[in-house]
Design a protein around this ligand. Sequence first.
Ligand SMILES: [Zn+2]
Length: 120
Amino acid sequence: MTSASDAWFLEDAGLFRATDVIEHGYDYFGDCPEYKRVLCPVCGHKNNHLGSKPQTIDGKDNYEAGWGGRGDLAVIPIDGECGHVWEMCLGFHKGDVVVFVRAGLSNNLESKVAEREEQV
Ligand SMILES: [Zn+2]
């Protein structure tokens, strides 16, 4: 059975490195270099908003969270002012935590936002 999150992942999302969305060389609050702004992984736009509520998908320790790993997947939805919809993801796999980004690359981005809002 495919969950809504799996559908989002499988239908039209692309994967990106988390390190590629961090804006290097700019400290967000000036005196606090730990804070970095994230950029849209598709177009690099700097203005993004937290999307619907973050969610954790239960992988049941059996690859059922809709990503390549065995364990749970934490997903933070982000909506870019550029129109791209993307997610910061943390996945658990056999004692390791993996970070990555997945983003919608085309077509029905507005409908994906509407789907998320309906799920909350
Ligand atoms: Zn974008």
